[in-house]
Design a protein around this ligand. Structure first.
Ligand SMILES: O=C[C@H](O)[C@H](O)[C@H](O)COP(=O)(O)O
Length: 205
């Protein structure tokens, strides 16, 4: 199988486990959704397949920042949303792993990350502000945070998102927006780790 490796503190453990199984003889190859996850995979001797050789991706396993009742997701808290969405939408199946605190009835408690090109980002910022999305430029060490793709992130403190499909379309039609963190109709299965150590599984109907 060809496996998509997610990004973040939850995906980290998935990659560790896959690394253990590869060491024990599991025959898979992988594609990573961030520089950090690719570095980790290489350290664990998980074979990384170059893009020209990929004909299909069987399964993508990733974390999320929020999951709603319809299995729509918010992602990008770690800044990897663009690569994550490219890999997730190219995969036959996507499994999302979260802890129970990330399962919400309606998205919006977690700020929605929007990746934008640095050129004229202030204009893009104003477009988002005009939509009352309350954007904030993500920073690291007092400088704009730079994604693996050389872009900026605007975190939108927009509150409840009752119609994520509509917001997703609105955002991606704005010139300067590269991608947003709403993953619509992409996740097939969500595995929720509960505080008592058990898991709950949600599946797209
Ligand atoms: O950009 C980062 C990704 O979308 C992560 O999968 C998401 O932020 C969840 O990360 P974590 O498992 O660290 O909470």
């Amino acid at each position: 199988m060809t496996i998509g490796l997610g990004t973040g503190s939850t995906a980290y453990w998935t990659i560790q486990k896959i690394g253990e199984r590869v060491k024990a003889g599991l025959d898979i190859r992988a594609v990573a959704t961030s520089v950090a996850s690719e570095t980790l995979a290489r350290e664990l001797n998980i074979p990384i397949v170059p893009f020209p050789e990929i004909t299909h991706i069987d399964l993508d396993i990733d974390g999320a920042d929020e999951v709603d009742d319809h299995l729509q997701l918010t992602k990008g808290g770690g800044g990897a949303l663009l690569r994550e969405k490219i890999i997730a939408t190219a995969s036959r199946r996507m499994i999302v792993v979260i802890d129970a605190a990330k399962k919400v009835p309606v998205l919006g408690r977690f700020p929605l990350p929007v990746e934008v090109v640095p050129f004229g980002w202030e204009l893009t910022f104003r477009r988002l502000a005009a939509l009352e999305l309350n954007p904030a430029l993500r920073e690291k060490d007092g400088q704009p945070y730079i994604t693996d793709n050389g872009n900026y992130i605007l975190d939108c403190h927009c509150g409840s998102i009752p119609r994520p499909e509509a917001l997703h379309t609105t955002l991606n039609l704005i010139p300067g927006v590269v991608e947003n963190g709403l993953f619509i109709d992409i996740a097939d299965t969500v595995i929720i780790g509960q505080e008592d150590g058990s898991t709950a599984v949600l599946r797209r109907s």
